[in-house]
Design a protein around this ligand. Sequence first.
Ligand code: SF4
Length: 314
Amino acid sequence: MKIGLIDVDSHNYPNLPLMKLSAWHKAKGDNVEWYSPITSGYCDIVYMSKVFSFSPDYPYSINADKIVRGGSGYAIKLVDGVEVYDKSADIDLPDGVEHIYPDYSLYPEMTKDTAYGFLTRGCPRGCNFCHVASKEGQCSVKVADLSKFWRGQKNIVLCDPNILACSEWKNLLQQLIDSKAYIDVNQGLDIRLMTVEKAEMIRKLKVKAVHFAWNRYEDKDIILPKFQMFKEVTGWGYRKMSVFVLVNFDTTFEQDLERVYTLRDIGYNPYVMIYDKEHTTGRDDVRKLQRWVNNRRIFRTVNTFEEYRTGELR
Ligand code: SF4
């Protein structure tokens, strides 16, 4: 069979479902290629995968017997300002495809000495600005061992939504430690679930940096002692620990500023994320806050937001 693949989001980040579909078809002896409306001609099946809802859909006609569309990008809709995941608009990969070793050759540059994958799926939190719980379930469950997608590469990019919530966290962290590879937990770690034992294991991971989130202002009393404890156990400095701060969702600007200042004071590096950035008309404040905080050099030299804003006006 002739199989065409379309990464609807562009080719800026490796698309795991397409890498797995490619590996599965190649193992069956099928011909797999990136689909091109000019050079591909007829295909038996074309798979289109879209991770981000804001990516425009594929604009060209497709010459194929069967077209399969999947990915969160097709299933997430904004309803009353909140992301809702519509399962009927997405497809699950069959088990045999989901657990296959990915075909990294689709993205040779980005996967050079780097493995990508999930050890767990799901998250118990159910934050209403996030679709993970409705897509993957409101429980973090182990879905693979590291050997499913890693074969000695120097770097591992872990896409798990909440590995610390999984009952098998200890075994999974040990697998990552034993790999001696550089680990990038790209969805971050849930600081609310941090314990001394977890922090001691994370300290043993080879990481360039870790990131957390302080999205809900009301978590303040739970997470600040956790941040203190994590810093004491690891001995790491702010260059190695960043914290996403979600703004433009349900916090006031004063609460946004408080989170930014507090994190800096306790030795972490805040990183401002704007919720629904495309629709921030009238929110110049959060855009300026993001520009100030996320430029580390400026953030570390201009002490307050007021000073930054005054400087910008000059
Ligand atoms: S903790 Fe993270 S992954 Fe879990 S629901 Fe909230 S934002 Fe999503």
